[in-house]
Ligand binder design. Sequence first.
Ligand SMILES: Cc1ncc(C[n+]2csc(CCOP(=O)(O)OP(=O)(O)O)c2C)c(N)n1
Length: 687
Amino acid sequence: MANALRALAMDAVQQANSGHPGAPMGMADMAQALWHDHLKHAPTEPHWPNRDRFVLSNGHASMLLYGLLHLTGYDLPLKELQNFRQLHSRTPGHPEVGITPGVETTTGPLGQGVANAVGMALAEKLLAHEFNRDGFAVVDHHTYTFLGDGCLMEGVSHEVCSLAGAWHLNKLIALYDDNGISIDGQVKPWFADHTAERFKAYGWQVLGPVDGHNAHAVSQAIAAARDSTSAPTLIICKTQIGKGSPNRANTAKAHGEPLGEAEIELTRGALDWHHAPFEIPQGVYAMWDAKAQGEKKLGDWKTLFAAYSKAHPALASSFEARMKGDLSLDLKALLDTAFAQSEAHAKPVASRMASKMALETFTRAMPELLGGSADLTGSNLTQTASQPSLRFDANGHVLVTSTAQNSAAQDSAAQHQAAGTSWHINYGVREFGMASIMNGVALHGGFIPYGGTFLTFSDYSRNAIRMAALMKLRVVHVFTHDSIGLGEDGPTHQSVEQAASLRLIPGLDVWRPCDTSETLVAWGHALQNQHRTSALLLSRQTLPHAPKKTLASVEKGGYVLSEPKHAGLKTDAVAVLIATGSEVGLALEAQALLAKIGIATRVVSMPCTQVFDRQPLSYRQKVLPAHLPRVAVEMGVSDYWWKYGASAVVGIDTFGESAPASVLLPLFGFTPQNVAQTVQAVLQKHA
Ligand SMILES: Cc1ncc(C[n+]2csc(CCOP(=O)(O)OP(=O)(O)O)c2C)c(N)n1
């Protein structure tokens, strides 16, 4: 059976003249052990909620996964394998979720697949805790991942495997393809870790080394791993990269090059596989076919779920809605009311606090919100009064009595058990781990994860944010302390280029709201868009309220906040000030100063440039009329704003400084006077 996987991998890579044959050939027996003997899945219904999840963390071995999906009966015909790595095929170079049925996550950036798997295993555990009832284990599956030396060398694997141990994710089973080879050759000189001891130290159960080419031995190890009641398991499988190829096996050359026609012929001989390229004998197909068995398991689960629906109708319908990604709350009505209230109160608050205020309302009624922070809970303000801190006991059970930080959270922990709780996770100081685990949680379904850190440290998690956007995942990043306005912590903590650089990620909505109302809208937008990733950039410092008329205008991402008449002038604007977040108040002050000397300006608030860019041209031209010069104001690099046709940017193109914010703002030119003078200088140039 395993040789069918080897043959498909070497043939497809050869046909594409590109790809990685070595890892699929090396892991073929491990794959046979898992997929034939253990994996619970239904090829005819790839989205069955209670399927086991399989994550190929070493995504360059994509042909292994495509071979498995094809052979076991997914809708992935042979011609797709023959089209490996070609435009618009369902077999892209690395596995991509949403393109190939049965692919659970997009992998390729090493280390993040195993992180996604940790997120999936966490989601399973939490859903089981929330929805399972006596006799009704409707959520009960494993998460398996294959990973190689590369994943284990990547630092993110440390962050997430450490968490998986602390969380006792006993249904997470990782199979390590221990072939001792990476691209540069034998790994010994650069990867001499004692991996077994490393994982034991995390609190994992470690099995093996087993002979990774003995499918029976691997299968037995998986069976033992499935019995674990309180720890995740790492199974170390000793393998040969390119197994079966007489001249390439156990060499780095097997990693990422086609074997070549001659070597393929030799390999067919060595494997005793005498079939034409892409030809799989019917008998082999029959052995691999998992459709009937999958349908039986699926059928059993459906019967169980039907009985569950009778016994616990509310829970059952809530589970179905959660897995579909429907919100538990009608956010539209709630946002309208909250927006009206915040406009009426017009209170100055830090936008991080405005975010917490919004979350207080959401988390009370939305158990799907799975919050967290990378050890900055009190600064990011991600935990609300109704959210207990997520804790597990030594047996891996979710602790109902929480050791939450505040007593309100402790009280509510018990209250919320029945109805479902929105939890808050202490991820520890692990930004990248948090972001990539959140991706796994979102991929599993049932939750909308959000997590906080300082904006500057978004750089640590950046590739996971990019992956979320690529996968179109509803994940919300709460980035506080978004500028030099944070003050004394200095340039290591003060974001300068982060806002602009996050805005470069395609598909990521970056919000930098200016007050309570805009923050509400930002959260509403993030939660209501099931296929978008969002980052909320929030201030540490208090911001004034900016009066505005409608929520709908904010939802456009950029809108006219103030016309000259609001500053007491009857004339039309001669210039536009574009500002975001904490600089909107500054722009309004500059507008007032300019009005005093008879210069009429318009202030445009631009909380989310991506959403603004998606508006029709006619709207954008109305907000930013072509004939008016524009001055952008943002405490970050100026580069980003030139694309909006700015004539000048009041920005920061150096690092910040360590000093109180009250000293830094004037030092860097963030005063109403300097903004007003910049507008005057622009007008003189245009005169
Ligand atoms: C984050 C990241 N860095 C670098 C790469 C490029 N890359 C792909 S595979 C690989 C080596 C992986 O070694 P190993 O996991 O041992 O795979 P094997 O050689 O066994 O196939 C590298 C460096 C990548 N895909 N992701």
